[in-house]
Design a binder for this molecule. Structure first.
Ligand code: FAD
Length: 433
């Protein structure tokens, strides 16, 4: 039957669950609506979960959450066809306090949603929200695919992910343009625990991440290879605009990565357990829509809150969900759910690392969407690898000559002239600052 809530949250991903948890804990009557059979049933990510932002909600959450491996080493590999230039950072200090872990959404999401349920949120799962109930400009609840499917509330928190149907209905954003999203494909590959530890130089529950630049068929994109307890997550995300332009299928890019000599040995002998695909918001700062209005707020991927440079999404989602929840609590106390009251959420986002980090990297989108992509993701990685090869090869050629040759290669990759290299360098610098 029709029922009235203080708040309805649409989507039990990290953003929605954080909002539901926050509000339920404060005593609000909250409905957490999720289309999946259970939260996380169909959700995927890379994926690395960060300690700090969830700790703001649940102290020492990691001691009870289902996690895979504690990350003690992060590597960055720049690939050419048959070679790799590698960087990385390993640190014992990441043991205590931990910084981040690998996780699987199919385990993490139900655990987190369970915490919201324990706090009092009412789970309404296997239920698709198909639209918003409106009274003029004001959102007064949601319409679901159930027979008795209207749910009313003072405030609706939209956390339905990157494809946000409700965001589109509200017209806070349109269908994302192909240059505002990347399409990621991912495989989970099973291997014995000990094999993973030996191959990645790990002990016990230690884990390692590898981010990969290059070898994406000249398209703007990033690959990843993460260690789980007894599986590896390998995947690649490529800008949809580039996939369209080059007419390459994303799984072809992933197959290419898996065959790279630096990677094939790490995954060798493993059994593919799962294959999935998902969009990632890439618009960044310039694509953030209006965040609140009369009776509604929007958070997480639905609001493009993803920092692609640092592969941070879940933590931005959790923070935005918490801040939306807190704004709802204050509105509840004041008995006022108007746009001007809920604007407190927008202000809180602006004051947080979420907004500041996205602002810092606001230029990155134009780098990804630009013809520079071919240079940045193909020619420069290739040139860097050639230069490293040249410098390290002991062949009797004087080092000064080698150095000249190496610099020439990098210069050529940037367009041929020093000015091109400087221009690209400056552009990259500006995009990251
Ligand atoms: P989602 O997690 O997408 O959750 C939305 C929820 O809403 C889903 O449960 C969905 O079923 C539900 N839903 C949608 N529509 C409806 C509807 N109409 N009715 C009811 N329910 C609905 N982030 C990191 O922090 N670290 C990483 O390593 C990382 N790697 C990634 C790798 C890949 C391949 C991808 C795709 C993403 C990655 N991210 C990573 C990003 C991260 O997954 C997202 O930023 C995060 O999940 C956003 O959370 P959310 O709650 O906003 O959305």
């Amino acid at each position: 039957a029709d029922e009235r809530f203080d708040a309805i949250v649409v989507g039990a991903g990290p953003a929605g669950t954080a909002a539901a948890y926050t509000m339920a804990k404060a005593g609000l009557k909250v409905a957490l609506v999720e289309r999946g059979e259970f939260p996380g049933a169909k959700n995927i990510f890379g994926g690395v979960l960060y300690r700090k932002q969830l700790e703001d909600l649940i102290p020492e959450w990691w001691k009870e959450a289902p996690l895979e491996r504690k990350i003690v080493e992060q590597r960055l590999w720049i690939l050419a066809d048959d070679s790799a230039v590698t960087f990385g950072h390993r640190n014992q200090r990441y043991h205590d306090p931990p910084n981040c872990w690998t996780g699987l959404r199919v385990k993490f999401d139900p655990w987190f949603a369970g915490k919201a349920e324990q706090a009092g949120a009412i789970p309404i799962y296997e239920t698709v929200v198909t639209g918003l109930l409106r009274a003029g400009e004001r959102v007064r609840g949601v319409i679901t695919d159930r027979d008795d499917g209207e749910l009313e509330a003072n405030v609706t928190i939209i956390a339905d992910g990157v494809n946000s149907l409700l965001g589109k209905q509200l017209m806070v954003h349109r269908e994302w343009r192909p240059d505002e999203v990347s399409l990621a494909v991912k495989e989970i590959i099973q291997l014995p625990k000990q094999t993973i530890q030996d191959r990645f130089n790990l002990e016990g529950d230690e884990g390692c991440t590898i981010e990969i630049i290059g070898h994406t068929c000249g398209m703007a994109g990033l690959g990843f290879l993460y260690t789980n307890t007894d599986t590896l997550s390998i995947g690649v995300g490529v800008m949809v605009s580039d996939l369209k332009k080059k007419r390459v299928k994303p799984y072809e890019v992933l197959d290419g990565l898996k065959q790279h000599p630096a990677i094939s040995r790490l995954i060798q002998g493993g059994e593919v357990k799962e294959y999935s695909g998902h969009l990632i918001p890439e618009g960044g700062f310039n694509s953030i829509p209006a965040l609140a209005g009369d009776g509604w707020m929007i958070c997480g991927d639905a609001a493009q809150l993803v920092n692609a440079v640092h592969r941070e999404g879940t933590n931005l989602a959790i923070t935005s969900g918490r801040l939306a929840g807190e704004a709802a609590i204050r509105a509840h106390e004041a008995g006022d759910f108007s746009a001007s009251t809920l604007a407190a959420y927008d202000e809180a986002i602006r004051a947080s690392f979420v907004y500041k980090d996205l602002k810092k990297y606001r230029g990155v989108h134009s780098l990804l969407a630009h013809e520079d992509a071919e240079q940045l993701f193909h020619r420069l990685p290739q040139a860097l690898n050639d230069a490293a090869y040249e410098m390290l090869l002991v062949d009797g050629v004087p080092k000064r000559d080698k150095q000249r040759k190496a610099i020439r290669r990098v210069k050529e990759a940037a367009g041929g002239a020093y000015m091109d290299l400087i221009r690209l360098g400056l552009k990259g610098w500006r995009a990251m600052n």
